[in-house]
Design a protein around this ligand. Structure first.
Ligand code: FAD
Length: 382
């Protein structure tokens, strides 16, 4: 798919940044579970954290195609950095504030997010509500001008460090998606209890937390949109998030492909580089085809969003295809590297663990397929 000169330049800048600032430290960061705050600050300085938001709010005014190219470059180096800095900070939190915030909320919060002065989190999932967010149990009760939140959230990326958290709550118990409301909550509030979730399979440099709200008071000025807008806010943010996650998955496949081509050319068995063996060529050929297919689907989804066209079908196709293709690519890349592929010293084993995470968050592969089925057949199956 043709990229403009400006779009290619954005990709090249992001790729150089990722190679220089992110790639060399991936293993250490994963081992220490280090949250990439200083990388976020550097990304902001390099103009890579301003996303597809207008300049008036500190944004870069770039299009969605350019934005997904940044996600591909950063995600190919570190899906953890991508998770913290791009899909959560910009796609989920930034989009919610930009699309549904009052002018005052936009002016106040967007520049803070886009300059990495504040870390954002998006708290939709709960212990008993994942694929079906309309079933969420955290309640919001109005009390004068304030709201009172009670309940808990689970799986919240950036959750234990975030300064501002978009919290989804049920304001009309029993009314499912119609009663959801979203609030901008202060992460530093002493009444908010936060617990880090440890022992994840991958995405180790991405922070994940559980949040506990016990009669937690939030001012009326922190309501995002109107009561009842919560479901729409979540869907709008997730559409941006899923497009960016598809791009991260493309980055993973590209990294696996490059690692495989390099290793196959250098590793010799049966008296010649393994690159010359037919089954190795099949692995690389399949990976390259998946990479291009995933990239085209992702760019198509981003382009539809840029043109203001209905993008849901393209977005869920891209998300489910690209993330599953990334799992396949990383799995194949380990095989191609033989025993050393199983070691942390090579990048591919970590990418397999990270890619599985991408196939789960922002809606599992099954949920993407159900949305696609509904779009194609006109009948919801959930
Ligand atoms: C690393 C990581 C980071 C995350 N970050 C965030 C975050 O920042 N904010 C946030 O709100 N959430 C976050 N999540 C939560 C994530 O969005 C959920 O895990 C995901 O939506 C699935 O929900 P669940 O885990 O409750 O699984 P469940 O909904 O319990 O699903 C279990 C299984 O059933 C399948 N399933 C469910 N319903 C159907 C159906 N109708 N038909 C067929 N199959 C079905 C699912 O596909 C899955 O295979 C994160 C998760 C992970 C792993």
């Amino acid at each position: 798919m043709h990229l403009t000169e400006a779009q290619s330049m954005v990709y090249n800048t992001a790729k150089r940044f990722a190679d220089r600032e992110i790639k060399p430290h991936v293993r250490d960061r994963a081992a220490d579970e280090q949250f990439p705050l200083e990388i976020m600050l550097k990304m902001a300085q390099a103009g890579l954290l301003s996303g597809p938001f207008p300049e008036a709010y500190g944004g870069g005014g770039i299009d969605n195609v350019s934005y997904v190219l940044i996600c591909e470059a950063v995600g190919g180096a570190s899906p953890s950095v991508f998770t913290a800095a791009l899909t959560v900070q910009l796609s989920l939190v930034g989009t919610a504030v930009f699309s549904f915030g009052s002018e005052e909320q936009r002016q106040r919060y967007l520049p803070q997010l886009l300059h990495a002065e504040k870390v954002g989190a998006f708290a939709l999932s709960e212990p008993n509500a994942g694929s079906d967010p309309a079933a969420l149990e955290l309640t919001a009760r109005r009390d004068g001008d304030d709201w009172v939140l009670s309940g808990s959230k689970f799986w919240i990326s950036n959750g234990s460090l975030a300064d501002l958290i978009i919290v989804f709550a049920q304001a009309e118990p029993g009314s499912r998606h119609k009663g959801l409301a979203a609030f901008i909550v202060d992460g530093e509030s002493p009444e908010l209890e936060r617990r880090v979730i440890t022992d994840k399979l991958g995405l180790h440099a991405s922070n994940t937390a559980a949040l506990f709200f016990d009669d937690f008071r939030v001012g009326g000025d922190r309501l995002l949109g109107k009561p009842g807008d919560g479901f729409k806010i979540a869907q709008t943010s997730l559409e941006s998030g899923r497009t960016s996650t598809a791009a991260c998955a493309v980055g993973i496949i590209q990294t696996c492909l490059e690692a495989c081509v390099a290793y196959a050319g250098q590793r010799k068995q049966w008296g010649k580089p393994i690159a010359g063996h037919q089954l190795i060529q099949e692995m690389v050929a399949d990976m390259a085809t998946d990479c291009e297919a995933a990239r085209l689907l992702t760019l198509q989804a981003a382009r539809a969003r840029d043109e203001g066209l209905p993008a849901t079908k393209a977005v869920v196709m891209a998300k489910q295809f690209a993330t599953e293709a990334a799992v396949r690519a990383a799995r194949t890349a380990i095989s191609l590297h033989g025993g050393v592929g199983y070691l942390g010293e090579y990048p591919v084993e970590g990418l397999l663990r990270d890619a599985i995470g991408l196939s789960l968050y922002e809606g599992t592969t099954q949920i993407q397929k159900l949305i696609l089925g509904r779009e194609l057949l006109g009948v919801p199956a959930f």
